[in-house]
Design a protein around this ligand. Structure first.
Ligand SMILES: [Zn+2]
Length: 516
């Protein structure tokens, strides 16, 4: 990289040596074909950057850990050295992302004077304030639903009370679900939504503590929230609420016929507990740089990749060369190619935002913070997000043998135009076998929801997610830079560059014709 810039410098000096310096300097900036910039993305430079970025020195880049701090410094320095400005005021490339680790709180809990054991019998699933609480009664609300078609809370005041409900939803005598009127379940018993939907009802009605009896999910939840590794999340305002998922023993100690009854009733069960919060907060960083558009600077094309990985576990470094070192260095090369165009007077018409997000492995946290809490640039003016997560390897499970392929996900979901541009750029410049296997709405892997682009897509911003599929080293310490196929990485990076170039330079902003 440095070598190339040095050569550019020399040629400028040579050109400037004539008698009419200004004129010659202007002439030296003759417009180049876009391929002149695309070809500046090379496997050699990608390799050099990745051997640093995915080296042991970066300690697996775990969110919040020293290795992640080294990673963000490295990215910042790259943009500084290219002369690409920060997207944030004060020339600070870091968007601070406040995070918290929810560690298992210390809880003593008794029902009717009998002691129950934290994690074994119940598990706290939200961050609640320190305190003690006791009540002489518990309000059982059956399925805990409050819907137009059915409510467990009719004429019920649960303010300041302890509320107990169970998993599931009611059925009519014809066997159909009461809410949907068909054999389809609703959000009230769908695993993804039930935990939040039922809690929110009790919370909005002013309950002080909520007990959710869910025997099928208990072991899974206890493992997720009760393990020694704290779950990470964005810092949220603390709730004045306690929320415990409880097992069968505890549920039956409160209400012996809970499995067969869904009748709302006040139970004479005394409960007392003492709660000691063990979560801690810390800062992590997104790294954000921008090349301002020359004609439509208020329209933004975002290119994103996550900067974090899994860190060190059991003494082993998870280098994350493919995940997502490959996407990270691809972005650096794309940025450099655009910057060369800028230096030659051919900068993009729209702005290009280079967004390196943190906390992806912990639940898309950095991108969620950007879209939900602090979009540096208005989402309404964001044209598209091209998200790169794992593009340096091949998928051994892929049936076709052509190794020059790439999975594309999401390209046609919101904008037909985006999909067509992407195809066109590929045909024109790259000739990659674009594979849409995982773009199928019914694909069980649900990759569309599993990387940072989703936080843009949910805001009706068209996205393309570039992905090589998983492999034997996926999320293993063996995801190392020697296993990357650099010729493929080069070609795939170029495709993303050309697509971004077209999105930034075409006359009209792409249209969203399939908004949700
Ligand atoms: Zn990833």
């Amino acid at each position: 990289m440095k070598k190339l810039l040095f050569l550019f410098g020399i040629s400028t000096i040579l050109f400037s040596c004539g008698s009419s310096q200004n004129k010659t300097a202007t002439n030296s900036k003759k417009a180049l074909e876009v391929t002149a910039y695309g070809n500046s993305i090379t496997s050699a430079e990608l390799k050099e950057a990745l051997y640093t970025y995915a080296s042991d020195e970066f300690e697996g880049r775990n969110t919040g850990d020293p290795g992640q701090k080294k990673a963000v410094e490295y990215l910042k320095n790259h943009y500084v050295s290219l002369g690409i400005p920060s997207a944030l005021p004060n020339n600070d490339y870091f968007q601070e992302v406040p995070l918290q680790t929810l560690s298992t709180p210390a809880i003593d809990l008794l029902v009717n004077g009998k002691s129950f054991t934290n994690i074994e019998d119940y598990v706290s699933v939200i961050s609640s304030p320190d305190g003690t609480f006791n009540a002489k009664e518990i309000i059982y609300v059956g399925y805990g639903i409050d819907d137009e078609k059915f409510s467990s809370y009719t004429n019920l005041d649960v303010k300041g009370k302890v509320v107990l409900f169970k998993a599931g939803e009611p059925k009519n005598s014809d066997g159909n679900y009461t809410i949907s009127g068909t054999d389809e379940t609703s959000k009230w018993s769908n695993l993804r939504q039930e935990f939040v939907a039922k809690r929110e009802v009790a919370e909005n009605k002013g309950a002080k503590a909520v007990l959710f009896y869910n025997p099928d999910a208990y072991s899974f939840v206890a493992k997720r929230f009760g393990g020694s590794h704290g779950r990470m999340s964005l810092v949220e305002p603390p709730k004045d609420l306690y929320y415990f998922i409880i097992n069968t023993d505890l549920a039956k100690a409160i209400h012996s016929t809970i499995d067969t009854s869904d009748k709302t009733e006040t139970l004479n069960s005394a409960i007392e507990f003492n709660y000691k919060n063990a979560s801690n907060t810390f800062e992590s960083e997104n790294v954000v740089a921008i090349i301002k558009g020359s004609e439509k600077p208020e329209e933004y094309v975002v290119v994103s990749a996550h900067l974090d990985h899994e860190g060190i576990k059991d003494g082993e470094i998870y280098n994350g060369a493919d995940d997502d070192g490959s996407g990270t260095v691809a972005m650096l090369e794309i940025a450099e190619a655009f910057q060369k165009a800028v230096e030659n007077g051919q900068g993009p018409k729209r702005s290009i935002v280079f967004l390196h997000v943190t906390g992806e492995e912990k639940g898309l946290l950095g991108s969620k913070y950007y879209t939900d809490q602090d979009p540096i640039f208005p989402l309404a003016n964001t044209v598209a997000d091209l998200n790169i997560d794992m593009i340096g390897r091949t998928d051994p499970k892929r049936e076709k043998t052509n190794r020059n392929y790439l999975y594309l996900i999401g390209s046609d979901k919101l904008s037909t135009e985006l999909h067509n541009i992407s195809e066109e750029m590929n045909t024109k410049y790259c000739n990659i076998d674009l594979d849409y296997t995982f773009n199928d709405d019914n694909d069980p892997n649900r990759f569309y929801y599993r990387s940072d682009h989703y936080n843009f897509a949910k805001n009706n911003i068209p996205v393309i997610f570039y992905f090589n599929g998983t492999h034997a080293d996926y999320h293993k310490p063996s995801d190392t830079p020697d296993k990357i196929e650099y010729d493929l990485l080069e070609n795939r990076t170029r495709l993303i560059f050309y697509t971004a170039w077209e999105l930034a330079n075409r006359k009209d902003r792409i249209k969203v014709d399939k908004a949700n």
